[in-house]
Design a protein around this ligand. Structure first.
Ligand code: HEM
Length: 132
């Protein structure tokens, strides 16, 4: 059914910029994940993820205009993502979701939707499930 999008409900792009900034601030201090990101300030990574998430939740298609079809599994192929990487990624994202929503008075369903989406998506990005 049509209706207000999650993007609109959370206040648009500023929400996703804040979410992604908190997320990458966590990644910056994470010894498992930090080495995967060569950029000093991760400015490019912040911009791409914030654009993607805003688009996914019903905002304007900035990500696809700049990057084309998401093809996220394919774009993650260069990185070794096992259970450990997935768990660390998800922990930072859950923390960022909680903190970013905390300042806003929004229905619980928004948080539930976001957390289950991130859990599903992070699991789907695992491309190296075994260690030999
Ligand atoms: C890009 C790691 C899960 C969305 C990247 C990059 C790394 C990475 C190292 C390259 C940084 C850049 O330059 O953009 C991981 C790890 C994950 C994970 C370790 C653990 C499961 C996810 C999930 C999503 C996501 C669940 C979406 C919900 C993206 C996007 C990009 C990206 C949109 C930019 C793609 C592009 O346009 O090049 N990720 N990622 N990632 N990731 Fe992830």
């Amino acid at each position: 059914p049509e209706g207000p999008t999650v993007y609109d409900a959370v206040g648009g792009q500023p929400f996703f910029d804040e979410l992604v900034d908190r997320f990458y601030d966590g990644v910056e201090g994470d010894p498992v994940l930090r080495p995967m990101y060569p950029e000093e300030d991760m400015a490019g990574a912040r911009h791409r993820l914030a654009g993607f998430l805003a688009q996914y939740w019903g905002g304007p298609p900035r990500y696809s205009e700049e990057r084309g079809h998401p093809r996220l599994r394919m774009r993650h192929n260069p990185f070794t993502i096992g259970q450990t990487e997935r768990d660390h990624w998800l922990a930072h994202m859950r923390d960022a979701v909680d903190r970013t929503l905390a300042a806003r008075d929004l229905p619980d369903e928004i948080e539930q939707q976001m957390l289950s989406y991130f859990e599903m998506a992070a699991s789907a990005m695992v491309n190296s499930p075994f260690r030999f």
